[in-house]
Design a protein around this ligand. Sequence first.
Ligand code: KG4
Ligand code: ZN
Length: 344
Amino acid sequence: TADRVVLGIESSCDETGVGLVRLATDGTVELLADAVASSVDEHARYGGVVPEIASRAHLAAMAPTMRRALDESGLELSDVDAIAVTAGPGLAGALMVGVAAAKAYASALGVPLYGVNHLGGHVAVDTLEHGPLPDRCLAMLVSGGHSQLLLVEGIAEKITEVGTTIDDAAGEAYDKVARILDLPYPGGPPIDKQAKLGNPKAIAFPRGLTGPRDAKYDFSFSGLKTAVARWVETEQREGREIPVPDVCASFQEAVADVLTAKAVRAARDLDVDTLVISGGVAANSRLSELAAQRCAEAGIALRVPRPRLCTDNGAMIAALGAHVLASGAKPSPLDMPANPGLPV
Ligand code: KG4
Ligand code: ZN
C-alpha cells in the first residue's frame, strides 16, 4: 500500500479549520497544509463565543478555507484518500456545519469518513511536530473550552480522562479576568504580556482544589476569578489605582502553578514519562516555563506543539483521522450525527 492523504475539518467552536496530512506506510504522519479562518473578532464585543455567530461564520468560511488548504498543499480534492471531521464535543450548530461539509466531500469523492473527537485531536496534533507518541503518555488540554488531564494509551485506541475542571476552563478564567481588568478579548495574550511587567508574588491568589481532601487531578478556576474580582473591587472602592501588571502576574502564577503541579503529580502517579500540553493556553509563557522546570525536575519529557497547532485547527483533526485510519478502524456512516457532548 502507498501513502495516504487525509483531510481534516474542524468547526467545534469559533475556528473553521481545514488541514491536510500525509500518512506514510510506516504510520508516521506529516503536515501538508493547515488553513484556519477565525470568527474571534466577531465575538470580541460579547466577551465570549456566540454560538449563532460562530455557526454562520463556519458556513461562510468552509469552502474558502478548503480552497486555501488545497492550494497550500499543492494537492487536488481527488488526491484525498479519507476525510476526518470533528464529531464533538463542541457547539451543536457549529459542529453541524463541519459534519455536513465532511459528509458532502466524502460522498462526492467516494472516500471514507471518520468522525473523531476534538480532544483527541489536540493530542494527536503533537505527532505532526514531535513524531509518534510513546505507548502511554499524559496530555493536558488547556483552552477556552477545556481543562483536562488525559491518559493516552494509543492515540487511536484509548484515551481516559483522569481530571477535568469542575467549573471554568483555564482559558475562560483568562478571558473573565481580562474583562475585570478592561483588557481585550481573548484575554490570554494581553494578560500574558502584562504579567511579564509585574510581580507574581504581589498578591496571594488562591490555588483551587489543592487541599489534601480535594479531587487530586481536577481543576477549579472560578474561585480564582472571583478572588481577582473581589481584590480589584476593594482597591477601587478605596480609591487606589489597580496595578494591572501585578494582578496579571499573580493570577498567571496561580494558574500555571496549579496546572503544572497537578499534571506532574498525575504523570508520576500514573507512571508515565511524557507530558503533552496543548490548547490555546499552552501558548502561555509562564505555563511553558514552569512546566519545563517541573518536568525536568521530575524526569518527564515535555512536548508542546507550536502555538499555531495548539489552538483549534483542521490539521489536528486530519492527524487524528490518519491515526484512526492507520489503526484499521471502521469508517463512520454517512448519517453520522454531530455530538456536542461527545465524551473522550
Ligand atoms: O484552543 P483555543 O484557541 O480555543 C478553544 O477554546 O478551543 O483557546 C483559546 C483560549 C482563550 O481563552 C485564550 O484567552 C487562551 O486560549 N489563550 C491564552 C494565551 N493565548 C491564548 N491563555 C493564556 N496565555 C496565552 N498566551
Ligand atoms: Zn479545542
